[in-house]
Design a binder for this molecule. Structure first.
Ligand code: C5P
Length: 294
């Protein structure tokens, strides 16, 4: 059993698993292993799931507030626990409770973030003592977006997404996140991507020069997502929703990751609250206000 800072036994741990938005995403090409080589700037936002992990004598059990979410071996939390168990020959178990708030199939990284939180929490509970680097390597085996959530905040991610370079810029931005109650499968979006039509690649360094100055108005003008065209082509309702968001005075509007969520970047918190209220009246989507995690 792990002993905490004040020598107390830790047998239960509570964690927040934050969502992300992709402020920039360029696809550099298709790889031999079926994945796509990409470069993306991810930003953690304070919309979050909650995990409560309790040590048990043996076995893993997972329960979830949302009955539509699989709680067996298909769940990335389960995969994270099994990976840590087998790699470090842990002879303990865990009971995990997931309170789900991040929409599913939304391009907000909810499942990946849950898995990263499980790795971090179990590493403490089971006393496996992995460094962040070791956790990131295991995270990469679970999914391309999982390593980002080990360090979180904001980062440039490359490779298939698993090579993470944290950014140190420190300014809170406000977001309105709109989930149209459509679940999108990432595989479908990458499969339908028309890479050959890309005339000009966007340069992440140009985006980062703007991002480091932390001005939402300028960041909003430079947000970019190569997957957005494919998402809007396959889901015309999302294009309609995007057009509605563009009528508002956001600094920038974009699909997050492979969708289905859209986000609007705001200059001030009060703008985000105001836009949320108006958007809720105009469309049947779920609307959240969120802020960057720093
Ligand atoms: O890594 P992960 O399991 O999250 O990826 C899900 C799917 O998304 C992959 O099987 C692949 O089809 C697609 N993908 C991709 N290129 C990436 C990341 C994901 O083609 N960089």
């Amino acid at each position: 059993m792990f002993r905490g800072q004040h020598n107390q036994m830790i047998s239960l741990i509570e964690l927040k698993a934050y969502a992300k938005v992709n402020l920039f995403l360029e696809v550099l090409g298709k790889r031999g292993d079926g994945y796509h080589e990409l470069v993306t700037v991810m930003q953690e936002i304070d919309l979050h799931d909650d995990l409560v992990i309790e040590e048990a004598d043996s076995g893993i059990s997972l329960t979830c507030s949302d009955s539509s979410i699989p709680t067996g071996r298909d769940n990335l939390i389960w995969k994270a626990a099994e990976l840590l168990l087998s790699r470090y020959k842990v002879s303990r178990g865990a009971r995990i409770r997931l309170e789900k708030r991040i929409p599913v199939g939304a391009g907000l990284g909810g499942g990946s973030s849950d898995a990263a939180a499980a790795l971090k929490g179990l590493n403490v509970l089971w006393g496996t003592g992995c460094s962040d680097q070791e956790l990131m390597e295991m995270a990469g085996e679970i999914g391309s977006d999982v390593p980002f959530f080990i360090s979180g905040k904001s980062a440039v991610c490359s490779g298939r997404g698993e090579v993470v370079s944290p950014l140190l810029f420190d300014k809170e931005c406000a977001y309105v996140v709109v989930y149209p109650n459509i679940k999108i499968n990432t595989v479908e979006i990458y499969k339908n991507l028309r890479l050959g039509l890309t005339k000009e690649m966007k340069d992440v360094n140009s985006f980062l020069r703007v991002f480091e100055r932390c001005c939402p108005v300028n960041i909003g003008r430079c947000v970019f997502n190569r997957l957005e065209e494919t998402v809007c082509r396959l889901y015309p309702d999302l294009l309609k929703l995007r057009n509605i968001l563009c009528e508002f005075d956001f600094c920038g509007v974009q699909v997050s990751g492979s969708g289905s969520s859209l986000f609007g970047l705001c200059e001030r918190r009060c703008d985000a609250e105001k836009f949320k209220e108006e958007l809720t009246k105009r469309c049947s989507a779920s609307v959240f206000v969120a802020h960057s995690v720093r």
